[in-house]
Design a protein around this ligand. Structure first.
Ligand code: SAH
Ligand code: SF4
Length: 409
């Protein structure tokens, strides 16, 4: 080839043969075996693949690196190959709000322009990150803001792991190279209590938690993760056998009549069926009790009779009861029980031998408390009744209240 011709010919050695962005595989959220298969497909010799998984894994999940070029224990050519086939991408943080009490709320955009919320709650002895498993929720618990959102999609494993990573970014929690090991953790606990029903997105939640628990990466212990479900009975046992994390159940009522209206999934799997599944929960023990979440709604589920019924229902289950003062949101059809009511309820549970902490609402000033989460684009736009009308449905039934209960409106 003459010099002139070679100047015109495309030089395959020089032109970057980058894959188009969309075709690159995001490493975040792949399990070790998925990553191994992807590395082999990209040209990693099979014999080296396991070792490469270990190296890449450490860079991504231990050091928090996003740039293949900086993976200094890999050959330059191999770093280029990785950059050509892969990317390390987290959901985008759209807004970050800081509450007076130190709670942080991130509005996060995932593929398709959907948004979910992530909340970080610092406490004296721990820091809890509340993450989402779905955009919105298909279940319409009548007291939950998320449940009023029509649009729902499952988050990918990468989008779930990405929530933990972006919070670590914001908190500056990745270890510094060369610095002494720091055992204090800003994110010491993760709870799947944000938007969505995690057991309706089981595989992605499981894979994401495996990544988060992996010892060579973020290394969060399995007992530092709590999955909260509204009661998807057929999937409950898998939480123990396939993830191994702790379980919380959104119980909220002591009769099927009331639970049917508060947590509509109860019409499919009622209290007795749910309790049977919990009694049979693999690995249940006093050190790994099930948390019963119980939202305190004035005049609906907060009577002394309710408390006694709850104690009777819990019999035989290593349990603790987490009492959640109802967090109000615009248009919510309930009110928070009074402090006296909540304490009287807690005392009955406590005297029966169960821990019954009352959850302190956190981040209320930024709408970050339990059940207040909703994509900003959706927030405050429409009431539940308006949504039902739009969908051509009857609005959900109101909960029958005790005759002595004060009127809500
Ligand atoms: N979908 C799962 C996890 C997300 S909800 C579930 O329902 O368990 C996390 C917890 O917040 C649940 O116990 C839920 O019942 C509770 N919650 C929802 N809305 C609430 C509100 N407005 N005030 C207080 N707690 C609420
Ligand atoms: Fe969904 Fe949980 Fe809210 Fe019910 S409480 S609507 S299951 S997010």
């Amino acid at each position: 080839m003459t010099d002139a011709a070679s100047a015109l010919a495309p030089d395959v050695r020089v032109l970057p043969r980058q894959r188009p962005e969309a075709a690159r595989i995001n490493i975040v959220g792949l399990t070790r075996s998925q990553l191994q298969a992807a590395l082999i497909a990209a040209g990693t010799p099979e014999k080296q693949a396991r070792m490469r998984v270990g190296q890449v894994w450490q860079w991504v999940y231990h050091w928090g690196l996003r740039d293949f070029a900086a993976m200094s224990n890999l050959a330059k050519d191999y770093r280029a190959l990785l950059a050509q086939h892969f990317e390390i991408v987290l959901p985008e943080v759209v807004t970050r709000q800081l509450s007076d009490d130190g709670t942080r709320k991130y509005l996060v955009r995932v593929a398709g322009g959907h948004e979910v919320e992530v909340v970080y709650i610092p406490e004296e002895d721990r820091g809890t990150l509340c993450i989402s498993s779905q955009v919105g929720c298909t279940l319409s618990c009548t007291f939950c803001h998320t449940g009023t959102q029509m649009l729902v999609r499952n988050l990918t494993a990468g989008e779930i792991v990405g929530q933990v990573m972006l919070a670590r970014d914001d908190l500056g929690e990745w270890p510094e190279r060369g610095a002494p090991k720091d055992e204090t953790r800003l994110i010491s606990n993760v709870v799947l209590m944000g938007m969505g029903e995690p057991l309706y997105n089981f595989e992605n939640v499981r894979d994401a938690m495996k990544v988060v628990m992996d010892n060579e990466g973020i290394a969060l212990g399995r007992r530092r993760i709590t999955l909260s479900t509204s009661g998807v009975v057929p999937e409950i046992a898998r939480t123990a056998t396939e993830i191994g994390c702790l379980l919380a159940v959104s119980f909220h009522a002591t009769t099927d009549e009331v639970r049917d209206t508060l947590v509509p999934i109860n019409r499919k799997w009622n209290i007795a069926t749910l309790l049977d599944a919990l009694r049979a929960y693999p690995g249940l023990s006093n050190s790994e009790r099930i948390t019963f979440e119980y939202v305190m709604l004035e005049g609906v589920n907060d009577s002394k009779e309710d408390a006694y019924r709850l104690v009777a229902l819990l019999q035989g289950i290593p349990a603790k009861v987490n009492l959640i003062p109802f967090n109000e949101w615009p248009g919510a059809p309930f009110k928070r029980s009074s402090g006296n009511r909540i304490h009287a309820f807690a005392d009955i549970i406590h005297n029966a031998g169960y821990a019954s902490p009352i959850r302190t609402p956190r981040g209320e000033d930024i709408m970050a408390a339990c059940g207040q989460l909703k994509s900003a684009t959706e927030r405050g736009r429409r009431s539940r009744a308006e949504i039902a009308a739009e969908a051509g449905q009857e609005p959900p039934p109101r909960v029958a209240r005790r005759p002595d209960a004060p009127d809500l409106h």
